[in-house]
Design a protein around this ligand. Structure first.
Ligand code: NAP
Length: 338
């Protein structure tokens, strides 16, 4: 495993982090808690030290599962617990809210669910345009000074927002989407982070499973699985993405004797400015290909070939925007009752 350091956190962070969204039990067709706990333990056994979760994942359930897994295993100080804040539950959905009041309320609940007295990395999940960034940054800075959180991060933030934010509070990390098919963050966000010493935890390394090489034309998703409405998994694009994966899998095998999944994760890790690639898994066996991820790199020819395959095969590319949660109405002042 490769490790990196994140400003404010003394525990080394593994460059592959475990994503626990699906462990929340919603939006991914259901899940099994015991299996999720076993997956977290398998990740720790394989050298993963960073676990990414959020209150929004199953309305707190993912955090509870992470808390349980760490309590059962022990060694809390050797784990980088990264969670998020700023999505308020409203009915059976969430809405952006990064007001001071919301942050102060949420942190206590997350600490309880995670069964810990500190959070290593506390990330604002999505920008809330109804709250000044300065208010959010100040509130987080106070939580840091109170010892409840070790480091502050943001996710899905634009550069201008990060600039305003870091005038008020030390910004340790940003979390943008990044994978072979969703690479907009490479244009400005990740270079900006690199230039300003902000670590990046990039999400969706496997493009919600598309880049595992296991998806087929007749793959069907069950229950509330978000891939039923993900435009990449619908005609006419699905066939285009599958074709790209098929060609890349053949290349990874012939050129590097690697599977599609390790190739996709390596591609993320090899992008300058990427600190950690988040890999979503909920079955212990899914992490087995981790061993194939380290000890090699894609050369410039492979990177260029990959680009050409993606642009030739995917004629109607689409990003991950469908995942963005709703914004508060601009009239909803920060902290105002609704
Ligand atoms: P992902 O890592 O791109 O892909 C997860 C999918 O890959 C799941 O469907 C999983 O299968 C499949 N998979 C994993 N290992 C596999 C294997 N060995 N063989 C076959 N399939 C395999 O997706 P993600 O979970 O969306 O992203 C990773 C993490 O990033 C999340 O868990 C979360 O922590 C974070 N994230 C953050 C944001 C944000 O706004 N900040 C947004 C999205 C994600 P199963 O369905 O069987 O589990």
């Amino acid at each position: 495993m490769e490790y990196a350091s994140i400003l404010g956190i003394s525990t080394p962070a593994s460059r592959v982090g475990l994503g626990t969204w699906a462990m929340g039990g919603t939006q991914w067709g259901g899940t099994d808690d015991d299996e999720s706990v076993r997956t977290i333990h398998a990740a720790l056994d394989l050298g993963i030290t960073l676990i990414d979760t959020a209150p929004a994942y199953g309305f707190g359930h993912s955090e509870e599962v992470v808390g349980r897994a760490i309590a059962e295993r022990g060694g809390r100080e050797r784990i980088v617990v990264a969670t998020k804040v700023g999505l308020e539950q409203r009915g059976d959905g969430v809405i952006r809210n990064s007001s001071r009041q919301q942050l102060n309320r949420e942190v206590e609940v997350s600490l309880r669910r995670l069964r810990t007295d500190y959070i290593d990395l506390y990330q604002v999940h999505w920008p809330d345009f109804a709250t000044p960034y300065e208010e959010t940054a100040q509130a987080l800075f106070e939580l840091q000074r109170a010892g409840k959180i070790r480091a502050i991060g943001v996710s899905n933030y634009a550069i201008e927002a990060m600039e305003r934010f870091r005038r008020i509070a030390p910004l340790s990390s940003a979390q943008p989407p990044l994978n072979l098919f969703e690479r907009e963050a490479l244009e400005e966000i990740i270079p900006w982070c690199r230039a300003h010493g902000v670590s990046t935890l990039t999400y969706g390394a496997l493009c919600r499973g598309l880049l595992t090489g296991t998806m087929k034309e007749d793959t069907r998703f069950e229950g509330d699985d978000l891939r039923k409405t993900d435009p990449k998994f619908l005609p006419p694009r699905y066939a285009q993405y599958l074709q790209a994966v098929q060609r890349l899998a053949q290349f990874a095998s012939e050129r590097y004797s690697k599977g599609m999944l390790p190739f996709a994760i390596r591609w993320v890790l090899d992008q300058p400015g990427v600190t950690v690639a988040l890999w979503g898994a909920r079955h212990p066996g899914e992490l087995a290909p981790l061993r194939e991820v380290t000890g090699w790199s894609l050369d410039s020819e492979a990177l260029a070939y990959t680009d050409s395959v993606v642009s030739e095969s995917v004629r109607d590319p689409v990003g991950p925007e469908f995942m963005a949660p709703p914004e508060r109405h601009p009239d909803e002042r920060s902290g105002a009752p609704v």
